[in-house]
Design a protein around this ligand. Sequence first.
Ligand code: SF4
Length: 181
Amino acid sequence: MDKIRLATVWLAGCSGCHMSFLDLDEWLFELAAQADMVYSPFVDPKEFPKDVDVVLVEGAVANEENLEIILKVRERSKFLVSFGDCAVTANVPAMRNMLGGTEPVLKRCYLELGDLNNQLPKEKGIVPELLERVMPVHEVVKVDMYIPGCPPSGPRIRDAIAPLLRGEKPKMEGRHMIKFG
Ligand code: SF4
């Protein structure tokens, strides 16, 4: 059987979900025998490739760069997995939504909580512009499967993606995976 083309993507998250993935230790050798990792923080390519079979997306959609990436990822991937609570619910990054938009967030961070030379950033384009609201991945693009957890444990990640490596598709009921077959 041909190896599947696997990718992982890191949006607005702490990278803890990716660290949990690495906790799979020896199983990663089995994974390497069944899949080519074509894009990930763990590998070199910087441009998300075409024809990806399975992609795990960690993190919420919080800024213009996240938005651009997730649209490209969806267009180029057959099966998209919302990976960890920040992707599934927006979780920690969405705490800023309580402040009610980009402007109050910037004022709070740079003016009210700054210690020295308090000022708003003047130059545009140095860091990606914040979106007005942080969103979970499924609010922006279609998601095919969810792996909740903060972070999901290594075994949960393994159990969720191992059947995908064999070309099996999970049966879905609403947003919940019920079984593979
Ligand atoms: Fe980090 Fe938890 Fe978010 Fe994963 S779900 S990126 S571990 S905060």
